[in-house]
Design a protein around this ligand. Structure first.
Ligand code: FAD
Ligand code: SF4
Length: 328
């Protein structure tokens, strides 16, 4: 690992003052330190932000205000999450391991980097995400776990967060502060698909800090589910996942619905096409299947990950069945 300076800050203004192009922020460190040990990230200075006053979780009128430094485990244990955001809790508890969740923060989770093996191996030259214009080793190499939605000819890496899939379905908002002031960005507009600049992954400007994530609570009567399909049942990233929430009328007509997909896209994926099919329709297998097809209609698979198109469709259908009680 390249030598680096370490500074711990206790005030947001101090963090912003320390930030420059050679520095990275350090929260739980579960992404940052791995990538430094592997030589992927080589900051000259680490700014430890764990003592900043960004830890709280607070219920506001119709939202849950989650400090960026709240850990994944703290959020999963929050009673409001258990009561009003159960699929957020499920997404968190199906992530990583308890040890990691006790270290890992919500801000860091949203900013975690891809698990693409070529990105994480600096010996591989061709990675447009590490070095713009170098190529993409995954497209010609191993890409079974890679994305089928939101891809480009320059990068097909998935975004690996589970909880972001539920948060994007809920229209969560990211609170950001920086040298130029504070701003709020909807999570749906926060992430960037790779296009021809896969190295730019989100809307965050240099030196900006995520201070909180504000999460709308589910409406009364909503039922939700997070289904994660993976190669083994624990400590594994999603091959496909679905976060869905539904308000069903007494006549079984879907009054309100939100759908997110994970494991299949370059960013946490909001499945608006599926929501359009479902809204106002009577819950049933055919409607669920049509919605799942609509969600994956734009998929552009590569040879080894073509199976993900059907897997993601089945994952969404199963999740909607679980929520509504509709049997096959
Ligand atoms: C073995 C393993 C298994 C995992 N499995 C899963 C899984 O199944 N599902 C899942 O969702 N995740 C999984 N993860 C990823 C894990 O959830 C993330 O590594 C973690 O959430 C990152 O949070 P952190 O606080 O450790 O961030 P750090 O590693 O400290 O930081 C991550 C990045 O975010 C930046 N950063 C952090 N906080 C802020 C902030 N407030 N403002 C601006 N920049 C910031 C840092 O500079 C860095 O670039 C796994 C990780 C490991 C190592
Ligand atoms: S998929 Fe993206 S991260 Fe992976 S090698 Fe290609 S450019 Fe790099």
């Amino acid at each position: 690992m390249q030598p680096f300076d370490y500074v711990r800050v206790r005030e947001i203004s101090a963090a912003l003052a320390e930030a420059d192009s050679s520095a990275d922020y350090l929260a739980g460190g579960t992404t940052q330190l791995d990538l430094m040990k592997d030589g992927v990230l080589r900051p000259r200075r680490l700014i430890d932000i764990t003592r900043l006053p960004l830890h709280g979780i607070e219920e506001r009128q119709d939202t849950l205000f989650v400090g960026a430094l709240a850990t994944m485990e703290e959020l999963a244990a929050d009673p409001v999450v258990g009561r009003r955001l159960p699929f957020v809790r499920e997404a968190l508890l199906r992530s990583a391991s308890a040890q990691l969740r006790n270290m890992a923060t919500i801000g860091g989770n949203l900013l975690q980097r891809t698990r693409c093996r070529y990105f994480r191996d600096p010996k591989v030259h061709a990675c447009n995400k590490r070095g713009r214009g170098t190529g993409c080793a995954a497209i010609t190499g191993t890409h079974r776990s890679h994305a089928v939605l939101g891809t480009s000819e320059h990068c097909i890496a998935t975004h690996a967060s589970d909880v972001a899939v539920a948060l994007i379905a809920l229209d969560a908002v990211v609170h950001i502060t920086g040298a130029q002031g504070d701003r709020d960005v909807p999570l749906t507009g926060f992430y960037r698909t790779p296009g021809d600049t896969p190295d730019i992954e989100n809307d965050l400007r240099p030196g900006e800090l995520i201070t909180a994530v504000e999460v709308p609570l589910l409406p009364p009567g909503a039922r939700s589910d997070y289904l994660k399909v993976r190669d083994r049942m624990s400590f594994e990233f999603a091959l496909a996942s679905a976060a869905a929430a539904v308000v069903l009328g007494d006549d079984d007509v879907i009054r309100w619905v939100r759908v997110g997909l994970g494991g299949v896209a370059t960013v946490p994926w909001r499945a608006v096409e599926a929501e359009a099919v479902l809204t106002g329709s009577r819950a049933g297998i055919e409607v669920f299947t049509n919605a799942a097809r609509a969600a994956l209609a734009g998929a552009e698979p590569h040879p080894q990950n073509a199976f993900k198109v059907e897997l993601a469709q089945r994952t969404l259908v199963r999740s909607l069945q679980t929520i509504t009680g509709v049997s096959a």
